[in-house]
Each structure stands twice: as C-alpha cells, then as structure tokens.
Design a protein around this ligand. Structure first.
Ligand SMILES: *[C@@H]1O[C@H](CO)[C@@H](O)[C@H](O)[C@H]1NC(C)=O
Ligand SMILES: *[C@@H]1O[C@H](CO)[C@@H](O)[C@H](O)[C@H]1NC(C)=O
Ligand SMILES: *[C@@H]1O[C@H](CO)[C@@H](O)[C@H](O)[C@H]1NC(C)=O
Length: 415
C-alpha cells in the first residue's frame, strides 16, 4: 500500500513538472524544416551591420612535408563563432535550454577560404602550399602560412577577428599536438591584415606555423657517411704507392659517395633559389676526392716510369757485364762456353774450389749495387722522389682544404 502511494506520488510529481525538448525551441524558431530565412542571407537585422566572425585555429599535427612539391599537410581545427541576429529565445520559457544543435545546412555560414589550400582531404586534414627554403637542409626551419579570408564579403559585411592571440594558440596547439614526427613544432603566430582591392577591403587572418626539422636521421644517413668516406680517402695516403691497391681503394670510395649523391637527389627539390648547402658539401667533397684520385694516378704513373727505367738499366747490365761473368764462371767450372747460368749450381756442388766462391761474392756485390740503385736514395730514382714530394704537398693541401671547408660548412649551417 505504501509502495503504491509512493508510486502515485512520483507520477503526479513528474507530470506536474514542465517537460521541454530541443524540438520545442526549433518549433518556436520555425526551424522544424529547413527554412530559407536562416540559411540564405547574412544574419543581421540591419544590412549595414557587419557580422563579426571570431576565429580560432589549432594545429593538431604536422602530417607530412614535401620539399619536392613544396607542400605540407597539417591537421588543423578551425573554430568559428558569430552572432545570428535573427535567432534568439528565452531559456526560461524552455526549461533553461541554452543550446541546440542543428545540421549546418539550416543556417548561414561565412564563406571561409584558405589561400594556400591545394586540396581538402578530409574534414580537418588539408594539403597546403608552403614555399620552403631548403638552403640549410637538413638544419632548416620552415614557416608555412595558413591565410584565412572570405571571398564574397568585404569588411563592410564581414570582419574577421582572431579570438586568441599568438601565445594562446601556440599553447593550445602544443597541448593538442599528437605526433610531431620529423618536424618539431615551434610556434603558431597570428596576424591580421586588411587587403585593399579596387572594389573594397578584405579582412585576412594569417596563421604562421614555424617548425624545425629534426636533422638526426639525415646526419646519420647522409652527412656522417660522406664524412666517413672522406676519412677513408684521407687514410689511403698511408697505403704504399708502389701497389695498385691504392687506386682501386680510392675508386671504390668515390663510387660509394656517388651512390649517396643519388639519395640526395631524392630528397631535394630540383628548383631552388640558392644552392642548398648540402649540395655544396657533397660536390666539394666529391671534387676533393676526385682530385685525390687523380693525384694518385699521377703518382703511380711517375713511380712506374722510374721503376721502368730502373728495370731497363738492370736488364742492360744483366745482358752485358754480368752475363759475361757467368759465362766466365761456367768456363772455369766445366770448360765449355755454352753453359747457361742455370747450370751453375750443379757446377758448384761438384766441390769446386774457392774460385767459384769468389765469383759468387762478386756477383752478390753486383746485385747489391743494383738494389741500391733501385732504392729511393739512388740517383736514378728522380721520378720517385718527385712523386713523393707531390704526395706530401697534396696531402697538406688536402688536409687544409678539408678542415677549412668543414669549418665553413659548420658555420654556415649554424648561423
Ligand atoms: C514562426 O512563424 C509564425 C507564423 O508562421 C510567426 O507568427 C512567428 O513569428 C514565427 N516565429 C519566428 C521566431 O519567426
Ligand atoms: C606569411 O605571412 C606573413 C604575415 O602576413 C608574411 O609576412 C609572410 O611573408 C608570409 N610568408 C609567405 C611565405 O607567404
Ligand atoms: C594573450 O591573451 C592572454 C589571455 O587572453 C593574455 O593573458 C596574454 O597576455 C596575451 N598575450 C599577449 C602576448 O598579448
């Protein structure tokens, strides 16, 4: 019984309270169906009143940046608010309802347009033009503009006002930023401008997004390997010039660098006002290594020239003076002049006396003097000495140029 009474009380109490729904508000506003009154014209009572549009832009993510296409695609969120002078209701009459949501086709909307936009991909994501300066790549900072303006409405009809200042939008964006990827978000700066055309003035809000590239990947993938190859090339000065290995080594290093240059071609745009520093870096290092390769070719050629003349000399000596000795020796041993030098040893084994030993001694002396002419200290090693001097001079030049150049690059990239 008591439960039943309570139930009744509840029903009575509830039915006594006024019930409203959002539809009541819409019915009151005559907005139950799509009404043209609200959607076709600018919502002002007096046409001389400009509509004030408060705008806020927040950057949610920097999705991709393309240096080649000079575009970047940010994920942005634009919030706009304006006063619709024809729509109002008294919340007290509708149980305190202060907000209703409507399909956007029901109402007038400002024709907001973004200058730089190439394509709107989804609701928030867009691709926009951004003129990039890759001079300092990969240590560059880029600023991209997002300029918001109206197409039809001049300042007489529509004023654009940013609702937050630069420090606030930067703060919002920092908080909302989901991923930063390759680019580190620096700041979002708001500026307003009124553009004058012949037929009126137009308000324009520019949001400038500044972002800094994280260079680590490029340093690891590109700058350091090139530097390592340069070090390898420098170290090749320690390899002896007499052998062909040095030439092969240098050619290999040069080929490795050219493969890296192909990667660079993929990254950088073909058009650029100023030569990117990284291109200078590559070209100069490549040129230095090419020069060092040519120097090695020259040095190898000079040394070859020397050893060729030495060999010729040696052969000459062999054929004239020494050959005679051998024939003489074999004459002593066997008594026959037709013996070749190969048969000398068996002759010696036959237990010949000290004459043979003396002859061997003479022969050794001859060889020693021949070896001394082959050695660099000898008079005939003119080209070798020249090659050595060239090597030292070039190495000093190379080290100095490389140090100066790297210092220059460091300063240029840093400032
Ligand atoms: C809605 O329409 C009725 C008549 O069709 C009109 O009397 C009333 O004023 C309108 N309400 C508004 C808010 O315009
Ligand atoms: C970006 O907007 C600012 C402010 O209006 C302007 O000074 C700058 O030149 C613009 N940059 C580009 C690349 O258009
Ligand atoms: C930006 O706006 C906030 C609040 O509106 C204010 O506290 C701050 O001083 C403003 N900053 C600048 C640089 O005007």
């Amino acid at each position: 019984m008591l439960i039943f009474a309570l139930f009744l009380f509840i029903i009575e109490h509830v039915s006594a309270q006024k019930v409203c729904c959002y539809q009541d508000v819409l019915d009151h506003l005559n907005m139950s169906r799509k009404s043209e009154v609200y959607s076709t014209t600018r919502p002002v009572q007096d046409h001389t009143h400009p509509t004030v549009l408060h705008l806020d832009l927040v950057l949610i993510a920097i999705l991709s940046v393309s240096e080649k296409a000079q575009t970047f695609s940010p994920l942005i969120w634009i919030q706009m608010s304006w006063n619709h002078e024809r729509i109002s209701w008294d919340p007290a009459r509708f149980c305190g309802i202060t907000r209703v949501s409507l399909p956007k086709e029901f109402l007038w909307k400002p024709d907001i347009f973004i200058y730089e936009m190439v394509q709107m991909e989804e609701v928030l994501k867009m691709v926009s033009i951004c003129k990039m300066d890759v001079h300092k790549f990969p240590f560059d900072t880029q600023s991209c503009n997002i300029t918001i303006t109206s197409v039809i409405h001049s300042v007489i009809e529509l004023r654009l006002v940013p609702s937050s200042n630069s420090s606030l939008v930067t703060q919002f964006s920092r908080r909302l930023m989901q991923t930063q990827g390759e680019w580190e978000f620096l700041s979002l700066v708001v500026s307003t401008e009124t553009i004058d055309y012949d037929y009126g003035h137009w308000d324009q809000i520019t949001y400038t997004i500044s972002m800094k590239r994280r260079p680590l990947l490029y340093v690891i993938n590109f700058l350091l390997p090139v530097l390592f190859f340069l070090c390898l090339d420098l170290s090749s000065f320690l390899i002896s010039d007499h052998r062909g290995d040095k030439l092969g080594f240098k050619v290999t290093v040069l080929l490795a660098i050219s493969v890296l240059l192909l990667i660079l071609n993929d990254i950088l745009p073909s058009m650029s006002n100023r030569t990117p520093l990284i291109a200078t870096y590559c070209i100069v290092i490549f040129a230095l290594m090419l020069l060092s390769l040519l120097e090695t070719v020259l040095v190898t050629y000079l040394m070859e020239k020397d050893s060729r003349t030495l060999l010729e000399n040696a052969e000459q000596k062999w054929n004239t003076g020494m050959g005679g000795d051998f024939i003489h020796a074999s004459t002593i041993g066997n008594g026959s002049g037709e013996e070749t030098p190969h048969e000398l040893l068996p002759v010696a084994e036959q237990g010949m006396d000290s004459d043979v030993l003396l002859l061997l001694l003479a022969e050794l002396r001859e060889m020693r003097s021949l070896m001394s002419t082959l050695s660099p200290g000898g008079k005939t090693a003119y080209w070798t000495r020249l090659a050595r001097r060239t090597n030292i001079a070039f190495f000093s030049f190379y080290i100095t140029t490389v140090s100066l150049f790297l210092m220059f690059m460091f300063l240029e990239w840093n400032n």
